[in-house]
Design a protein around this ligand. Structure first.
Ligand SMILES: NC(=O)C1=CN([C@@H]2O[C@H](COP(=O)(O)OP(=O)(O)OC[C@H]3O[C@@H](n4cnc5c(N)ncnc54)[C@H](OP(=O)(O)O)[C@@H]3O)[C@@H](O)[C@H]2O)C=CC1
Ligand SMILES: CC(C)(CO)C(=O)C(=O)O
Length: 302
């Protein structure tokens, strides 16, 4: 890889659109792999980013219905509920030496990608950000933070560092970590309460923080116990501190937005992952279970 990368982005939604726009703005060649409506819009009008933190702009990106030529980097930024279908746009034979970095919430997608593309091609990524695709090719970034963590797993650490440098050069806060399971569980420990509670209560985060903090503590405690049983030690105080002090009152999780717009929920990828780990490890997760059961009754089947 040299300084200017060929980057393919599978899914120019909230996360993928933000990353695609920032990478294109900083000089990388970005190809969005997208279905017809989004691809047509991107070809005709470009990719529009609206962001207080990064400024507003319209970026030129390529748009293709599937990956044909091997890029340096493939970012996977679809919802877990669409992952299997969307991966048809990235045939394993077109990958060449590219590094694949997913930014999905949850745990299980990494193994799916490793089995499809080979463990040496797949790193682990997480992002803490609030970003929303308001219409095809138009992305609004709302959070004051956009924090990326990467871990190589069985991929080449040098390739992961190149990806990290590109993302940092594009303006994201990027940390490269050693332990991929730790990275995924740390994000899940923040995300599970942020997704499950406000979606269940149909309330913004500020209401949960002020009126239902005991439920937040319960979910975090259950995630921490499930992770520990899997050999991953989380800092419960740090998780609660982030939720209490850094999450804006009006922040809405992607699950909340999916529920509000009758889209399939990533319930299995987020709550289901915690419950499966709790079952494997013999830990208790009654509050998470109640939330998942309640949301399952409103979840739109994918
Ligand atoms: N949004 C956020 O703030 C955050 C989200 N996340 C996680 O990131 C992941 C992505 O979420 P988000 O960006 O919100 O998702 P969005 O729903 O905004 O975007 C998903 C994208 O996937 C595309 N897509 C869906 N189905 C297919 C398919 N079959 N083939 C090709 N493309 C497809 C959509 O394309 P099309 O344009 O054609 O509809 C859309 O652009 C999720 O796991 C989420 O939990 C993590 C942190 C923050
Ligand atoms: C809660 C949030 C915004 C934190 O990054 C998130 O990951 C999501 O909504 O999917």
């Amino acid at each position: 890889m040299d300084d200017r990368l060929d980057v393919a982005v599978l899914g120019a939604g909230g996360v993928g659109g933000l990353l695609a726009a920032l990478l294109a703005r900083s000089g990388h060649h970005v190809t969005v792999l997208a279905r017809d409506a989004t691809a047509d819009h991107l070809r005709r009008h470009g990719l529009e980013l609206r962001s207080d933190a990064y400024g507003d702009s319209v970026e030129t990106v390529s748009a293709e219905p599937r990956l044909e030529a091997a890029p340096d980097l493939v970012l996977v930024t679809v919802k877990a509920t669409a992952l299997e279908d969307a991966l048809a746009l990235v045939p394993p034979g077109s990958l060449g030496q590219a590094l694949v970095v997913p930014f999905l919430n949850g745990l299980d997608h990494v193994d799916l990608l490793r089995s499809r593309y080979g463990p040496s091609h797949v790193a682990t990524g997480t992002i803490r950000v609030e970003s929303e695709r308001v219409s095809p090719g138009v992305v609004v970034h709302r959070s004051p933070f956009a924090l990326v963590e990467l871990a190589a797993g069985q991929a080449d650490p040098a390739q992961v560092q190149v990806a990290a440098d590109a993302l940092a050069g594009a303006g994201l806060s990027v940390t490269v970590r050693d332990d991929d399971r730790q990275v995924l569980w740390e994000k899940l420990s923040v995300l599970a309460p942020l997704a499950l509670l406000p979606t269940s209560f149909a309330a913004p985060w500020g209401v949960l923080r002020d009126e239902h903090w005991a439920a937040v503590e319960s979910v975090v405690g259950e995630v921490v116990a499930a992770a520990l049983a899997e050999g991953v030690e989380l800092d419960e105080g740090a998780v609660l501190g982030f939720l209490r002090d850094r999450v804006p009152d009006d922040m809405r999780s992607s699950m909340q937005k999916d529920a509000a717009s009758s889209q399939p929920l990533e319930l299995d990828a987020i709550g289901g992952a915690v419950l499966r780990a709790a079952r494997r490890g013999g830990t208790e997760a009654p509050v998470t279970q109640r939330l998942v059961d309640g949301l399952a009754s409103i979840a739109i089947p994918d």
